[in-house]
Write a protein that binds this ligand. Structure first.
Ligand code: 13P
Length: 247
């Protein structure tokens, strides 16, 4: 059985005040017995303040990035141990903004995945194709190569223990969502790539998810929840999306 998750990626938005306010609105409404587990991904500098609001309750905290190194002279980096110390359970690796803007390669993403998982964090591996790659019919090849790079380093069974988020780059922050059929097609291909070991791997869809389009996406057989960007910054909208997920 795949675990149902709803994740809010706050990206580089907000202040301590707005982060605390958003977290407390979510915390007041989200109970442990909801169908899905809720995870929020504040910027590093707001994690501690957010944690003091949500405590050990129904909402989990994740980080948006992690260093591929475990400790030492790496100015500006944040290690797995530091994230665990701050109460994080999850970490995003390979988000398309980090791949495209910060130049993270498949191999670097694989190293980050390994460091995270070895430390006890659950990585959420983000994969997805650009518009050009989709137009050229390369979607499944691109996504499967991104996953293969991680399998090569850590092995299939470890990838299957993590979470995979399919986020088509052309649908991120654009208001343009993959149709439920387009998303399901890629999720099905990912499930097939993982084989037997991936039958219970949680697969999330991300890319302009809103309360108005989430139900149809979440109804697809290989979509187990959502990774939400812009819409996760509004408590009511995010809660409405989260409540559409069935276990
Ligand atoms: P949007 O929901 O704003 O399109 O962002 C998706 C995303 O990148 C989540 O990681």
């Amino acid at each position: 059985m795949c675990k149902a998750l709803v994740a809010g990626n706050w990206k580089m938005h907000g202040t301590t005040g707005s982060a605390v306010s958003l977290a407390s609105q979510l915390n007041q409404d989200w109970a442990q017995n909801n169908a899905a587990e809720m995870i929020i991904f504040p910027p590093f500098v707001h994690i501690s303040a957010v944690r003091s609001v949500i405590g050990e309750g129904a909402i989990s905290i994740g980080a948006q990035n992690i260093s591929q190194y475990s400790d030492g002279a790496y100015t500006g980096e944040v290690s797995a141990e530091m994230l665990l110390d701050q109460g994080c359970k999850y970490v995003l690796v390979g988000h398309s903004e980090r791949r495209a803007v910060m130049g993270e390669s498949d191999q670097m993403v694989a190293k980050k995945f390994k460091v995270a998982q070895d430390s006890g964090l659950t990585p959420i591996l983000c994969v997805g194709e650009s518009l050009k790659q989709r137009q050229q019919g390369e979607t499944v090849a691109v996504v499967s190569a991104q996953i293969d790079a991680v399998i090569e380093l850590v092995g299939l069974s470890n990838v299957c223990r993590a979470v995979i988020a399919y986020e088509p780059v052309w649908a991120i922050g654009t208001g343009e969502t993959a149709s439920p059929q387009q998303a399901q097609q890629v999720h099905h291909a990912i499930r097939a790539q993982l084989g037997e070991a991936g039958r219970s791997t949680t697969l999330l869809y991300g890319g302009s998810v809103k309360a108005s389009n989430a139900a149809e996406l979440f109804a697809q057989p290989d979509i187990n929840g959502g990774l939400v960007g812009g819409a996760s910054l509004e408590a009511d909208e995010f809660l409405n999306i989260a409540k559409l997920i069935e276990a």
